[in-house]
Design a protein around this ligand. Structure first.
Ligand code: SF4
Length: 286
């Protein structure tokens, strides 16, 4: 398999020293962060700013997305104390905005929806001013589960489309493009004032016309926010990078996405859905 040479603009190095403080402050809580589990290239930068994204419901996923660094297999039993420990972690890091995500839990009847609700409630008990963003799996489009999560009133309800529909069988086997769009649409059906957000990774072999069509599809659900970043393979065992998108094209895509109707778009090589996540809400104040 041919491996593409990384261009000059892909040069971020992870300094493990930058991660030490966050790890020390979370010590003893037994929490997982997606920053570590998914081998995020921004970990040094985010941890140095005390920003982290908590991964709930264990660190083993029931699906097998070919791009994702999270472990696959039989998941752990859901831990009823985890929401409280996440809230404590948010407090220890002094976060004003937190992103909570989970592995996909197709083994649970509600897909893990109750755990998101419990985490939102526990965080608000400790500090009602913390804004909470949840980045959820598709819950198999279980409408009852999604409606209950909406009722818990997260500040942002995010679900990532990740890539164009043609590449789903290769990159997101087990997921379904229309089902994921349906999640975003159903959140707005439950509460049209709920802010929704989605995310895309580029560089998996998608064409520009396909990306623009996805912008239209997501914006068609009245989705508010979009993140667009470069896919970087977590290891050689993962699906390979087919293209490095230039910084200029990321700027162009941001313009296209704003024209499609999103209220705020972050677009760039190292953008991830949880990267500088507080900026999406801050954009509303401008
Ligand atoms: S971008 Fe998100 S997942 Fe990556 S290190 Fe930052 S907070 Fe963690």
């Amino acid at each position: 398999m041919e491996i593409l040479q990384r261009p000059v603009w892909i040069k971020k190095k992870i300094n493990l020293k930058d991660c030490a403080d966050v790890k020390a402050r979370l010590k003893g809580l037994g929490l997982n962060t997606v920053c570590e589990e998914a081998l995020c290239p921004n970990i040094g930068e985010c941890f140095s700013k005390s920003q982290a994204t908590f991964l709930i419901l264990g660190n083993v996923c029931t699906r097998q997305c070919a791009f994702c660094g999270v472990k696959r297999g039989s998941p752990q039993k859901a831990d009823p104390d985890e929401p409280l420990r996440v809230a404590e972690g948010v407090h220890r890091l002094g976060l004003k905005h937190v992103v909570i995500t989970s592995v996909t839990r197709d083994d649970l009847p509600d897909g893990g929806a109750q755990a998101f609700i419990d985490v939102i409630r526990e965080i608000r008990k400790i500090d009602p001013n913390v804004t909470v963003e949840i980045l959820t799996p598709d819950f198999n489009l279980n409408e009852e589960a999604i409606a209950k999560v909406v009722e818990a009133e997260p500040d942002i309800f995010a679900h990532n489309l990740e890539t164009v529909p043609r590449l789903y069988p290769e990159a997101r086997n087990g997921a379904n493009y229309q089902r994921s769009l349906g999640v975003l649409a159903y959140i707005k059906k439950c509460d049209k004032s709920m802010r929704t957000k989605s995310g895309l990774m580029l560089g998996l072999g998608e064409r520009e016309d396909e990306v623009l069509a996805v912008f239209q599809d997501i914006a068609g659900t009245n989705c508010d926010f979009l993140s667009i970043g470069q896919y970087l393979a977590p290891s050689k065992a993962h699906i390979s990078v087919k293209e490095y998108i230039s910084p200029d094209r990321f700027i162009g895509y941001k313009k296209d996405a704003l024209e499609a109707g999103f209220r705020h778009v972050a677009s760039g090589t190292y953008v991830r859905s949880s990267y500088s996540a507080s900026e999406y809400l801050e954009s509303e104040k401008v």
